[in-house]
Design a protein around this ligand. Structure first.
Ligand code: NAD
Length: 256
């Protein structure tokens, strides 16, 4: 497809399914030297071949590392797995969840469970990658998965929006902290992307037709369209881009 990730070692969390799967496969298609695929399960929630076998078929070096991003030690081990290839160049902290029951009355247990994945997991991923990049003196790129829900609020996703808003500011704060080491940190904020998460969450599935009609491009996004944005941020083509939240939403948040 392109060689913008030539020679890069790419690590992706939540990469068995959906957007993470597209990012991992996309990295291989954009010329990555090696891809470390991680998730709590290797099986895609959409069925079909595993992400790992798709990447193997492209002839790119790949490893699967089972990782629950809410567990710091597991995230540290994930980044360590990249050492075999000389260390991580591009870290994509993609894993994230929604709640079946979110909103102003979100239950405490659900709220805390969501934060351990969507905020703790993203921070642990960025920290582990930054530590290794600094040790290897690599001018790496860290991409954090936010959401349009982290830029504009939605009453039906109070906890989710709160977590994703945190990710947007985490990218800016880390960009400030890590920039002197040449490490870029950015967030990507997808609009409504056609994945298992959107199709199976009753509230989001019900709202998605309304979102589609208000989107200037009049369609939902494809996981590969997020993967291309992530590949660009990970590549040297974005060498002066740090601290942004890149909206990839078909124009939805730009219109009233
Ligand atoms: P998905 O449910 O299809 O895939 C998420 C993957 O993350 C799954 O493979 C799952 O096993 C994995 N995962 C869940 N908990 C994990 C954990 N604790 N540790 C590691 N992996 C874990 O969802 P998706 O739509 O591909 O979403 C991916 C990311 O994109 C999420 O951060 C989500 O919030 C964000 N996002 C999605 C949309 C959308 O419309 N689909 C929009 C904005 C943002």
């Amino acid at each position: 497809m392109s060689d913008i990730l030539k020679d890069k070692v790419v690590v992706v969390t939540g990469a068995a399914s959906g957007i993470g799967r597209a990012i991992a496969i996309g990295a291989a298609q954009h010329g990555a030297r090696a891809v470390i695929v991680s998730d709590i399960t290797e099986t895609s929630n959409e069925g079909g071949r595993t992400t790992t076998s798709e990447i193997e078929a492209l002839g790119v070096a790949v490893r699967f590392q089972r990782t629950d991003v809410s567990q710091r030690a597991q995230v540290d081990a994930l980044v360590e797995a990249a050492a075999e290839f000389g260390g991580v160049d591009v870290m994509v902290a993609n894993a994230g969840i929604t709640l079946r029951s979110d909103g102003p009355d979100v239950a405490e247990d659900d709220y805390r469970r969501l934060m351990t994945v969507n905020l703790d997991g993203v921070l642990f991923s960025a920290q582990a990658a930054a530590r290794q990049m600094k040790a290897n003196r690599k001018a790496g790129s860290i991409v954090l998965m936010a959401s349009m829900g982290g830029i504009a609020g939605a009453g039906m996703t109070v906890a989710y929006s709160t977590s994703k808003g945190g990710v947007v500011l985490m990218a800016k704060a880390l960009a400030d902290a890590l920039g002197p080491d040449g490490i870029r940190v950015n967030a990507v904020a997808p609009g409504v992307i056609d994945t298992h998460l959107v199709r199976t969450n009753p509230g989001i599935a019900a709202a998605s037709e309304g979102f589609r009609q208000r989107t200037p491009l009049r369609r939902l996004g494809k996981p590969s369209e997020i993967a291309d944005a992530v590949a660009w941020l990970g590549s040297d083509m974005a060498s002066y881009v740090s601290g942004i939240a890149l909206l990839v939403d078909g124009g939805l948040l730009s219109v009233i």
